[in-house]
Write a protein that binds this ligand. Structure first.
Ligand SMILES: Cc1cc2nc3c(=O)[nH]c(=O)nc-3n(C[C@H](O)[C@H](O)[C@H](O)COP(=O)(O)O)c2cc1C
Length: 234
């Protein structure tokens, strides 16, 4: 099993530490890490070439490509971000912006439907729900089969200053999430929500044909006919 941990900061604070704790409990064969903004220092400039032409036309493709490969290869994705003004860090948002072309409304990868993902956020006191939603929205629209979220108010600005009792509670929760992930690992089917989204987007592709590149992609995959991404995934 391969795990990819995407850290919404460069530093190894509470958020990264909790994400890594989870990765370490999965008995993975491989754990890869991406740090933001170190590994993706660019912001989307809105040229839309990834959407209307192809993803390789993105001016930031040299940064995005290795991250995309790691996402595609992973069985489990762990996205982490501290809460910054009630949302993900700017650098996490910048990474996710670069994957607009992969949203189900455009060209989702069939590889997503058999993956599991976890969104983890920490805050001083509040904002974990909206922060996890920022990340989970993208995962859902990418078509990720199963998505879990965990937010915790650590009441601290560093892992060292998190209380021992809080650390214990966090570890307990992380143990439970790890168990869930491991139990489902060999049998990941997309959630009802993801399937509903797929079918809605399929109607949209069939009827509206707004972007020829997307339409051709769906047609080539056979998704406008009888094929389904969760049945063709390898
Ligand atoms: C720019 C910035 C904005 C923040 N905004 C919030 C916030 O909206 N709500 C909150 O409870 N904590 C906020 N915090 C505190 C962090 O979310 C909190 O300390 C978090 O656990 C830090 O994670 P880290 O140790 O992984 O860096 C903010 C911190 C920074 C640096």
């Amino acid at each position: 099993m391969k795990v990819l941990l995407i850290s919404g900061t460069n530093h190894k604070g509470s958020t990264y530490t909790i994400g890594r704790m989870l990765a370490d409990k999965l008995n993975a064969d491989e754990i890869k890490e991406v740090f933001l903004p170190k590994d993706m220092p660019k912001q989307c400039r809105g040229c839309t070439r990834c959407i209307i032409e192809e993803e390789a036309k993105c001016p930031d493709y040299s940064f995005i490509k290795p991250i995309t490969d790691s996402i595609d290869e992973a069985d489990i994705l762990i996205l982490t971000s501290p809460v910054y003004v009630l949302h993900v860090t700017g650098q996490m948002k910048s990474l996710l912006d670069h994957y607009a072309y992969r949203w189900m409304v455009h060209r989702p990868s069939e590889k997503m439907f058999s993956k599991q993902a976890v969104c983890i956020s920490t805050a001083g006191g509040a904002g974990m729900k909206s922060t996890n939603k920022d990340m989970a929205d993208s995962l859902k629209f990418w078509g990720v089969g199963r998505i879990y979220t965990y937010g915790v108010a650590v009441a601290a600005t560093s892992w060292e200053s998190v209380s021992a009792s809080k650390k214990q509670k966090i570890e307990k929760k992380i143990n439970r999430i790890a168990q869930k992930l491991k139990k489902r690992q060999n049998n990941v089917t997309p959630s009802f929500k993801v399937k509903v989204l797929f079918y809605l987007m399929r109607i949209f592709q069939k009827r509206i044909k707004i972007n020829p590149v997307d339409y051709d992609y769906w047609e080539a995959k056979g998704w406008l006919g009888k094929s389904r991404p969760w049945k063709t995934a390898t």
